[in-house]
Write a protein that binds this ligand. Structure first.
Ligand SMILES: [Zn+2]
Length: 179
């Protein structure tokens, strides 16, 4: 892989998430972990690549009780978005009724998406190539003009999407200040 690792790389982030999921899966007797990684546009992240996922499955085969007692592939990692383009992910989300207005991609942690970070740019590219308007962009534009009605409709801040979850909790946008 010759691509550079993006500056938005978070050290060992997906190893941490998958380790927590593996512990829960083994405790619950689950046979699969579903992981929203995408390697097509984000292949610069080493922990979104197919070889990382295969290695993690191998780790579970060797390093968990269920792995060593039940044999190979006791817990598998399923990655339905891994090889889809952003446009294909948007189309799939529309088919499934994903509330895109309640999803979040931005890395900046502000009240509205910055529209400039890699994640915002890739999200915009996905919607543009899918030929649909991003409902979050519409509400953000209105918020920038001072109309906060759309952003204030929900108590909740939009949640991360496109495998861009972060370890922090995004700031709330209900107008109150939190320590
Ligand atoms: Zn952004």
């Amino acid at each position: 892989m010759t691509k550079e690792i993006p500056v938005t790389y978070v050290p060992a982030r997906n190893s941490i998430f998958l380790s927590l999921a593996a512990s829960l899966a083994e405790t619950q007797g689950a046979e699969a972990i579903y992981f929203g990684a995408n390697a097509l546009d984000y292949s610069g992240y080493p922990d979104c690549r197919p070889e990382f996922i295969e290695a993690f499955e191998e780790m579970m085969r060797r390093g968990t009780k269920v792995g060593v007692t039940k044999g190979s592939r006791a817990i598998v990692v399923r990655t339905p978005l891994l090889r889809l383009s952003k446009a294909e992910i948007v189309r799939l989300g529309l088919q499934l009724g994903v509330p895109f207005e309640s999803t979040w991609s931005c890395y900046e942690g502000k009240e509205i998406p910055c529209g400039e970070c890699d994640s915002c740019i890739l999200r915009a590219k996905g919607f543009r190539e899918a030929g649909v308007e991003d409902p979050l962009e519409k509400s953000s534009l209105r918020a920038k003009k001072g109309d906060r009605s759309l952003l204030n409709q929900s108590e909740k801040r939009p949640v991360p999407f496109f495998a861009s979850a972060t370890l922090g909790t995004p700031p709330r946008n209900d107008g109150k200040r939190y320590a």
